[in-house]
Design a protein around this ligand. Structure first.
Ligand code: PLP
Length: 397
């Protein structure tokens, strides 16, 4: 079992805040500042260029990749860190397409995160006019799987509504028609139990600054199933994915296994912060996390539905079909979110009308959920959102 009072004490959360936005940016682990300071002062400051070998900087993308692998059911040596998630989406997609050279269609759903769709569109724009990105409604994906499909590219948990695809089922269906799968775990890793091995996912990618709490700018991860490890071509063929980066060979030769998915110099300072966050995950039992996430989510839904008839549930009611967030719709959702933040309850807004609340058991309690519901109820009942101060949109919503 996991002691969630103990994990809460490991985060630095400002006094008086209920933080329901850990699905967008996780909070600061208390040990992160000292861990970063050590990397800066002792390693960078003390070892200079020696840090690459002596402090293990060069091995860190694979070492931390293995620690993330344990959270997503990936075997050791099948996950590596680097770049941003958008770039890892592109890389996984390009590698998957190259493994199905006779096919031309990428299938996704029209609720997918725009950056994933933009990256796919950019990639096929380069590949030529006979390639196609086909999007269908999320519940029409299984029926759209035909033998034209090269790659099924999906985000397991929808960033707006929290609706969850069945990764194992859809992967099986994709494989039946000969397609490969690229799963985006941005809202899954650290949010719920994931088993890419049991689901037989071909490629999986995700970010580490949301539920995993690696900090703003923390590197993304990519997993390649061992079956494809030696045949997948990385597309973004940078020197650190080369078999021998320090041979300075003018011809590219892909590195062994997951090493080939590296591109360039790793973000050492960001990885120091991520390492502090991953220490916390060592204490967490994912089944216990999921049970508590569901209990807290149900509690928030029950309170809000009882007190705020103007807010309509946008997430699936069935907890098995949800990730670890709860979303509601309101025509003035942005103003409601701003009014709540002004009262210490932090969620976020996604256009056109979605209020999102991330449910993160590592640092949220029943009392936090109750306070959030009480504050929202008061904002709705007294129309406190209806104030010009809350309607001017910031750039980041
Ligand atoms: C958060 C998120 C991203 C963000 O990509 P970055 O390159 O890290 O900015 C991409 N895809 C999905 C599904 C996300 O949820």
């Amino acid at each position: 079992m996991t002691d969630f009072d103990a994990t809460r004490a490991l985060f630095q959360l400002p006094e008086g805040i209920v933080y329901l936005d850990g699905n967008s940016l996780g909070p600061l682990p208390k040990t992160a500042a000292a861990r970063i300071a050590r990397t800066v002062e002792a390693e960078w400051g003390g070892l200079l260029i020696g840090g690459w070998n002596e402090a293990g900087w060069m091995a860190q993308p694979a070492r931390l990749g293995d620690r993330i692998g344990r959270l997503i059911g990936a075997p050791a040596g099948s996950v590596v860190l680097g770049d941003t998630l958008s770039i890892k989406v592109y890389q996984a997609l390009a590698a998957a397409l190259a493994l199905r050279p006779e096919r031309r269609v990428i299938l996704s759903d029209d609720g997918n995160f725009p950056s994933d769709l933009y990256m796919a569109a950019g990639l096929i724009g380069l590949l030529g006019p006979d390639y196609e990105l086909r999007t269908v409604a999320p519940d029409a994906v299984a029926d759209a799987l035909t033998d034209e499909i090269a790659v099924l590219m999906l985000t397991e948990v929808d960033y707006r509504t929290g609706r969850r695809h069945d990764m194992a089922d859809l992967t099986r269906a994709a494989h039946r028609v000969g397609a490969l799968t690229v799963w985006d775990l941005a809202h899954s890793a650290g949010a719920l139990p994931v088993d890419v091995t049991a689901a037989q996912a071909d490629f999986a990618v995700g970010c580490t600054y949301k539920y995993l709490n690696g900090g703003p700018g923390a590197p993304a991860f990519i997993h390649v199933a061992p079956a494809h490890a030696e045949t997948a071509t990385p597309a973004l063929s940078g020197w650190l994915g080369h078999a021998a980066p320090f041979a300075f060979d003018p011809r590219y030769r892909p590195g062994t296994g997951i090493e080939r998915m590296r591109v360039g110099t790793p973000p050492v300072l960001q990885m120091a912060a991520l390492e502090a966050a991953l220490d916390i995950w060592e204490r967490v039992d994912m089944a216990a996390l999921r049970a508590r996430s569901i209990a807290l989510s149900e509690r928030l839904i029950a309170h809000i539905e009882a007190a705020c008839p103007d807010l309509t549930l946008a997430s699936p009611r069935d907890s098995a079909a949800r990730g670890s967030q709860v979303s509601f719709r309101h025509p003035d959702g942005y103003a409601v979110i701003r009014a709540a933040a002004a009262r210490g309850v932090i969620g976020d807004f996604r256009a056109p009308d979605i209020l999102r609340f991330g449910i993160t058991p590592l640092y949220l309690s029943e009392a936090d959920i109750d306070r959030a519901a009480t504050v929202l109820a008061e904002i709705i009942r007294r129309r406190l959102w209806d104030d010009p101060a809350y309607s001017a949109r910031a750039f980041v919503t």
